[in-house]
Design a binder for this molecule. Structure first.
Ligand code: AMP
Ligand code: GLY
Length: 420
């Protein structure tokens, strides 16, 4: 089968790396890909949100399975378009992608179906007055979320009224309405499920590091590092989340006429009252994917095909026992402004250790030189019998990377390593 992976980040590199080892895959394309992906897949110069060209390419090349990495093409309806043309695609339809695309939809959905999440109120774009009155009366802290796809940057945790009101002004200025919710105290973890519209299999758990700098300081980013599995979801805790949150979601989405197929990413707050759903993402996490997939023993292509064919109820998946830890290298200045086209030294040999994997995100090659093209540029995953060992391997490789214009956090895994 020929497979087309859509996207060009570290997550898509990990997906391509995993798929390229499958006996089921005899042709692998990635659109647009990056310089690292080019070593395992044929990169195609089509952007991930250029739906027309992606559909045309998949049809012309006889692609048997399209795997969509990022949320934007999903929310725009790439899977609907492919399916309408008879091309099999792994990912949710636009209607199912509303679980991520609209916070208001997600909160109302949870309320309708008894899925545990923070108490909330939603306000439409023209209800700023009502939102201000609500915020004035509620206990602090409050969490203010701009609706719509905000790439994780639309959330403010307000400790004072003034902060809450300022956050409301910003959120309303963005134009899609606002959700205000109660602050939940606890530790965060993420759970990833593989879904076929009816059944779901746990594909892994992880913890991310959202802040840019060591000690969880600085601005929120797309994620600066991750480790898997999440110690807080060890044992049967993950299956309990599958039963309390993921499976009820699948049943309810199907009942509402928008069955969910694809990776479902549950962002959780583990509170004293049990796990609460902070957010859904309708795709794999980045960099969580780079930590979760290397632990997967079962053939990924077989699982994705099983999901597309509605067969997950008959399938099982297995993991390697190793821990994985991923460190992201980003351009200095990220998540703000940063220079592009900065040179990265030769990476040959960085991943010679079989327990080290190097994934590219924002890279391209020009005249044999490797250049940065984005904010998050590389990620390195270390594997080990313990998390500490995984961390040592990842950092030993990261420290050898010669990229003067990049930076990385030196404390990935600190929470779990402190506890353990
Ligand atoms: P979201 O995009 O909704 O996941 O929010 C981004 C981040 O804001 C989460 O990863 C949490 O760190 C934080 N957050 C969101 N909602 C809450 C909440 N109700 N209580 C505490 N923290 C929250
Ligand atoms: N690392 C967080 C995300 O992928 O949304």
């Amino acid at each position: 089968m020929k497979v087309l992976v859509v996207g060009g980040g570290g997550r898509e590199h990990a997906l391509c790396w995993s798929l390229s080892g499958s006996p089921l895959v005899d042709g692998l394309y990635c659109a647009p890909g990056n310089a690292g992906i080019a070593a395992t897949a044929t990169c195609v110069g089509i952007e991930a949100d250029d739906l027309d060209r992606l559909v045309r390419f998949a049809k012309e090349r006889g692609v048997g399975l399209v795997v969509v990495g990022p949320e934007r093409p999903l929310v725009l309806g790439l899977v609907d378009r492919l399916e309408a043309e008879g091309v099999k695609a792994f990912g949710p339809t636009a209607a199912a992608a509303r679980l991520e695309g609209s916070k208001r939809f997600m909160k109302a959905f949870c309320a309708r179906h008894g899925i545990p999440t923070a108490p909330w109120r939603a306000f439409a774009a023209d209800e700023a007055g009502a939102a201000r009155a609500f915020v004035a009366a509620e206990p602090l802290p409050l969490v203010v979320k701009a609706d719509g796809l905000a790439a994780g940057k639309g959330v403010v945790i307000a400790g004072t009224r003034a902060e809450a009101l300022a956050a409301l002004d910003d959120a309303f200025a963005a134009g899609d309405g606002v959700v205000v919710e109660r602050f939940l105290a606890g530790e965060e973890a993420s759970l990833f499920a593989l879904c076929d519209g009816r059944d779901a299999l746990l594909i892994g758990t992880a913890q991310d590091h959202k802040r840019a700098f060591d000690g969880d300081e600085g601005p929120n980013t797309g994620g600066m590092g991750a480790y898997a599995p999440a110690p807080l979801l060890e044992g049967d805790a993950a299956e309990r989340v599958m039963d309390a949150i993921v499976r009820p979601t699948l049943a309810a989405m199907a009942a509402e006429g928008a069955p969910f197929k694809g990776f479902l990413y549950a962002g959780l707050m583990l509170t004293d009252e049990g796990p609460q759903l902070l957010e859904y993402n309708v795709r794999f996490g980045d960099p969580e994917c780079q930590a979760v997939l290397p632990r997967l023993m079962t053939d990924l292509a077989q699982l994705l095909q099983g999901a597309v064919d509605g067969m997950l109820g008959h399938m099982d998946l297995r993991w390697y026992p190793e821990h994985a830890l991923t460190v992201v290298l980003a351009a200095k200045g990220y998540p703000g402004t940063y220079p592009k086209d900065t040179p990265i030294g030769a990476l040959e040999g960085i991943d010679d250790d079989p327990d080290v994997l190097l994934f590219h995100a924002g890279t391209r090659r020009e005249d044999g030189r490797l250049l940065s093209t984005g904010g998050r540029v590389l990620s390195v995953t270390g594997l080990g019998a313990t998390l500490k060992e995984a961390r040592a391997r990842a950092y030993a490789a990261v420290e050898r990377i010669d990229w003067p214009d990049g930076f990385y956090r030196r404390d990935i895994g600190w929470r779990a390593l402190r506890a353990g």
